[in-house]
Design a protein around this ligand. Sequence first.
Ligand SMILES: Cc1cc2nc3c(=O)[nH]c(=O)nc-3n(C[C@H](O)[C@H](O)[C@H](O)COP(=O)(O)OP(=O)(O)OC[C@H]3O[C@@H](n4cnc5c(N)ncnc54)[C@H](O)[C@@H]3O)c2cc1C
Length: 302
Amino acid sequence: MTGKNNFDVIIIGGSYAGLAAAMSLGRALRRVLIIDSGKPCNRQTPHSHNFLTRDGSTPAEIAAIGKEQVLKYDTVQFYTGLATRGVKTETGFEIGTDKGDTFSGTKLIFATGITDEQPAIPGFAECWGISVIHCPYCHGYEVKQEKTGILANGDMAFDFGKLISNWTDELTIFTNGASTLTPEQMEKLAQHNIAVVEKVITKVEHDKGYVRQLVFEDGRTFALRALYARVNFTQHCDISVQLGCELTEQGYLRVDAMQKTTVPHVYACGDNSSMMRSVANAVSTGTLTGAITNKDLIDESF
Ligand SMILES: Cc1cc2nc3c(=O)[nH]c(=O)nc-3n(C[C@H](O)[C@H](O)[C@H](O)COP(=O)(O)OP(=O)(O)OC[C@H]3O[C@@H](n4cnc5c(N)ncnc54)[C@H](O)[C@@H]3O)c2cc1C
């Protein structure tokens, strides 16, 4: 695919949110281009859970079924590549890619997800999404009542500890350095048999991503089956910000209840604009975004 094409809508990001938006738009007879670089955030996870009808499927299977169903609509086209450039034009937007192609569209949807920043602990990144997990609703059931750790400090450690105590009684919080938990929080955690370890972690030892033990600065170890962690994130794609879209204090694209960003004719859905990180939420917000984008196109031309 080369050269310019005037699409009704360009969707950057062709994972769950982008495909769901394309489904709504394709069924609304809109000419849609999805541009996708094939790097969803959950690609290292062996099984995805808690998405109705696909519980336990691999992330790639869910996306492949979605893509097949969406591309049955002949108004939807899928372009494999990285969007690298975006500019506002008189009639909409022009998007350039790493392959040197340029596309134009009236409306623009960002379904680009976020990038998780892995802490510099050897072994951590290899276990990410396999036994180092971010969300109990996605993976907690599979490690229920197992020896489990939480890598966090302060208020986040306390809140995470309280939440995860729903899934296991064998819980330890690792603050990876001096604890910033308050005495009241420490007391409450102790009442629930949640220990706090302040040692600095030097390594996560694992078998093909399945954690065996944490190794500390003093050479001692702690055996575990699962480690919960919330890591920092950045937007996977910064074209939205270059176009002037505002971010929230947490770093999400700011959207209203209709998934509209702060820039007219630009929408966002999925992980890039929501704290509720799940395939179901990506599909839900994507579906809404497609419908709202179509409604705006109708309103503007009727
Ligand atoms: C490790 C892990 C495990 C998870 N497990 C589960 C689970 O079991 N169940 C569950 O419901 N949820 C799970 N989640 C959450 C779920 O994966 C996300 O909520 C979901 O993937 C968000 O979908 P999305 O379409 O918004 O973003 P993503 O799936 O991250 O997709 C974003 C897409 O945009 C593309 N993209 C980004 N920038 C560009 C660009 N400039 N040009 C072209 N393409 C671009 C990327 O390549 C990617 O394909 C997990 C998340 C993680 C990190």
